[in-house]
Each structure stands twice: as C-alpha cells, then as structure tokens.
Design a protein around this ligand. Structure first.
Ligand SMILES: [Zn+2]
Length: 508
C-alpha cells in the first residue's frame, strides 16, 4: 500500500513538502504530488524524523516503569499508603519493588524503617529504592529473602544501617543496597519481555523509534538476548540495538564465556528490528559520586564514596608522571587495552563509558592501539580539554553525550567540580566543530529521557554551563536523529526520512 503524506513543513528547511511511503519505507520526499496513493493530510504541521536514543538502558527502563513510583509522596504516611495499595496487586511469591523513595522530602528527613514496612506486610518482601540509586529500605521479609541475618557484617563499600538498639533498621547503603537489590530483581524471561515491550511503548510515546541498550547482560545475558528477540517478534515499538557487557561475553583470557554464549551471539542474526551492535566496557565512575577518573582533585565535601566495582582501583595508582588524578578506574590502563583488543579482534564495535578526562585519555590510548578506531564509541566524555578534543577528532571514533544530565545533575557537578570546571562539562560545540561524529542520547532510566529535553539542553545549556558550547537547534535534533544512527551502522535505515529509509517520523 502506498501512502502520500502531504502538506507538511520539512523540519530542516522549512519548506512545504510531501512524502510517499510504501510499506514501512519512504520512497520519495519533496515538492509535488503523487497519483494513486492514499492521502494523509498533515495540514501544515512540521515533520521530523523519529528520535533515536543510542545510549540508554531499555530493559531497566521497562522494569522501573512497572515498579511502584513514589515520586509524588510527601510524607512517610504517603509512602506507606502507596505501598499498602500496591500490596493488593502483588503476585504471591514476588517482591514489592518501589522506586523514587526520597527521605529528604519527608518529615524531618528521617528514613522509614523495616518495622514500619513490616506493619504493611510481615511476609511480602518490600524494597524501596532511593531516588539516588545508592540506597534502599527493606522490610524484614526482604532481608530474610535476601539471606541477611540480624548479625550480618557490613560488606566492603556498604552499610547495613542499625538503629539505637543495634537492630538492622532496614536502610541499606551502597554495596549493601546492591546486594539485596540483586536478590530482589532477577526477572523471569516473561517479565523481561513484558518490560522491554513496556519500555518500547513508553519510548515510542516520546517519539523514539530506535534505541541502543548499553549494558545487555546485567541480569543474565542469554535470557536477555532471548527476551529482546521475543519482544521484537511481539511487535516492540522501538528497534533495539544491544551492547553486551564485556565480562558476560568473554572470559578473562579472552575466550568466549561459554559455548552457549558464543552460539547465541553468532546465531543472533542481523534483523532490522533487533540485533547485537557491540560490546560495552566501563572505564570509570561518575562525577556525582566523585568516582569519574579526573585530572586534579574533586572539590566536593564528600570524598569518593564506595568502590564502583570489585575491579575498581583508585585512579591515583596509575597517575602519569607529574600529574595528580582522582576518582576510580575500573581497570588498569594495560587491562583496558587488552580488553579492547580482544573485543576488536572478535569483530565487535566497542562502546566505552568514560566520564573523567583522565579516563578518556586512557580510552583514547586503547583505541589508538587498534587498526581502525573509527568504528568504536566513547560514551559520555563529559570532561574534555582542547587537546583531548583535537586528539579525539584525529582518532575519529564516535562520541555520544547526554545533555539532559546538565538539567538533572547540574547541582552535583557544581558541587564536585566547582563552577569553573563544571561550566565546561559536555562540550557539544567544540566536539562537533572538531569533526567528531557526535550524537546525543538519554541514558534512561537515570533521567526521564524525553528527547525534547535533551535537544533543549544541547541548544540552550542551563545557566551554570558555558553557553559557547551550545549547538544550534538543527544540530541538536541531528544529534538525536541522523547522527544517532551512525554508531550502530543504521544510517541507511533510519534518522533522515530519505528514500529507502524507514518511514518513522513525528509531527509537531
Ligand atoms: Zn548508561
């Protein structure tokens, strides 16, 4: 069936155009009319290509959307009421999981306790995750289900909080929180498929048609691969690209983790709805927790918090001659190089999370040692010097940034780096002008992830952030469309509404 979309404004040029679509593809777009087609009149609205969110976490987004959301609660009682209401719909044997708990907004800034939650249910495990993602509150059933005894010792980098009578209060910090969360949140295959479909619906409602999952394998790689494939078969509303966690694909020595993993990856196929796009590696942490590996010191009052992974080491251990470095590196520079070489030799595109400037130098060292760095990606690259931008431009690898971070986490950047360094975070303009293939993305679910917010933040950075790094509106939209298709090799397929591409668009 051929459809003619007529009388719209083409976003980039402001011209009135029409577009002919056959099946799922654009076959023509320009001035004029076409006969023998079903006509859809867009009556002067503006037509844009659909957004592509090329760095986000799809399954976790869906799982979060299915959890109880406490964002509207103002008091302890609000939280307890919301949990009690939810209890009625909780399947026996399942945990009741809530997100966006934030004791700083409730009376006296006091945490709820396990005993208050026990009054809601002594038998259903309840876990409220803090909005900052580093803490939670559990009831007694949750502690029990997670195998935490009353006399538990604190794990490295975490705390099981205790009350004045030395009883576990239910408040879990950092690695103690992660330990219990891990026990609570292993979804079944069906739950994963549902969550991916839920995320797809939500993202499609924001005008997104394609997305890259940047950490496939956080629960169970084989199950997740299967779930994304099943979700695609069941009509998931976004096209998914998967970046698999290095350690779930390879053993330390570079061999496949298992024959099952090898065959699942090799037989996954190259479907346009869902395919494997690469390997994900984390090089450092984040600015808010003072764990991004930076040159110099953090100016924040709190020192670096917990260890960001069990591999993590203090960045200062590897500081180059005459330089001071802070934060954490997940791998030594030598190990990072080796991991990159292994993934490259296996034919993968590699995406590396690197936020601090020191970490980014090490990532560039690693990419530079490869035959062709251009197919690889650096994720975030929030802190970059002029010299680093020049170097990145020469390397030619992709770079994706998350403008919405400036709006959501700006205060913590200012606190941790001070106003001068913070104002230079996310140098969109300089990166783009250096010819680096720059795309923009959300990193949801840690932010709300409406691409319109991202576009706005890239075009008009918030007040504390240097406005000379603003992109034009067209460049910002390009960052979420045309440019966002490049790292996954999807340029022929999506992003521009050109003939031959998928007819995925939004009108405003
Ligand atoms: Zn991410």
């Amino acid at each position: 069936m051929i459809k003619l979309y007529r009388d719209f404004i083409w976003w980039r040029t402001g011209e009135r155009q029409s577009m002919l679509v056959e099946g799922d593809r654009v076959i023509w777009r320009g001035h004029g009319e076409a006969p023998h087609a079903e006509v859809v009149d867009l009556s002067g609205k503006t037509l844009y290509p659909a957004f592509i969110d090329n760095h986000c976490h799809i399954l976790p987004t869906g799982l979060d959307l299915q959890k109880l959301h406490l964002g509207a609660c103002q008091t302890h009682q609000d939280v307890l009421d919301a949990v009690r209401d939810r209890l009625a719909e909780t399947t026996p044997g399942k945990w009741l999981l809530a997100v966006h708990y934030d004791q700083t907004r409730y009376e006296g800034g006091r945490h709820l306790t396990r005993f208050e939650l026990d009054q809601v249910s002594p038998s259903v495990p309840i876990l409220l995750r803090h909005v900052n993602g580093h803490a939670s509150v559990a009831n007694s059933a949750a502690l029990q289900a997670a195998g935490i005894p009353e006399d538990v010792e604190n794990p490295a980098g975490g705390t099981f909080d205790r009350d004045s009578s030395s009883r576990l209060s239910g408040v879990l910090l950092e690695s103690a929180h992660e330990l219990v969360t891990h026990k609570a949140s292993m979804p079944s295959l069906d739950e994963m498929v549902d969550a991916i479909l839920t995320a797809g619906n939500h993202m499609a409602s924001l005008g997104i048609s394609g997305a890259s999952d940047m950490m496939t394998g956080r629960f169970d790689l084989l199950k997740e691969l299967r779930a994304y494939d099943l979700a695609a078969q069941r009509g998931c509303r976004i096209r998914t690209r998967l970046y698999l966690q290095w350690g779930e694909v390879f053993r330390k020595d570079g061999n496949w983790r298992s024959p099952e993993v090898q065959s699942a990856i090799e037989s996954y196929g190259d479907k346009i709805d869902c395919r494997i796009a690469g390997i994900k590696i984390f090089a450092d942490g984040a600015i808010g927790s003072a764990t991004a590996a930076i040159y110099g010191h953090y100016s924040g009052a709190e020192p670096a918090g917990h260890a960001i992974s069990h591999h993590a080491r203090d960045a200062s251990q590897h500081a180059p001659e005459g330089k001071f470095t802070s934060g954490q590196l997940i791998y030594s520079p030598e190990r990072l190089k080796e991991m990159v070489r292994i993934a490259d030799q296996a034919g993968f595109s590699i995406a590396i999370h690197s936020i601090g400037d020191y970490s980014t130098d090490l990532v560039m060292d690693a990419f530079e040692s490869l035959p062709d760095p251009r197919k690889h990606r650096i994720e975030h690259a929030m802190l970059l010097s002029d010299a680093q931008i020049e170097r990145l431009g020469k390397l030619g690898c992709f770079c994706t940034m998350q403008p919405e971070f400036l709006m959501r986490f700006g205060h913590s950047y200012l606190r941790q780096l001070g106003p001068v360094r913070a104002s230079k975070l996310e140098r969109f303009r300089s990166v783009k002008d250096a010819g680096i293939p720059l795309s923009l993305s959300s990193d949801r679910p840690i932010v709300a992830g409406d691409p319109r917010d991202g576009v706005k933040m890239a075009h008009q950075r918030p007040e504390a952030f240097d406005s000379s790094e603003n992109l034009t509106l067209e460049e910002a939209i390009d960052g979420y469309t045309t440019r966002a298709a490049e790292p996954t090799n999807d340029s022929a397929l999506m992003g521009g509404l050109n003939p031959g591409q998928l007819a995925e668009f939004r009108v405003e």
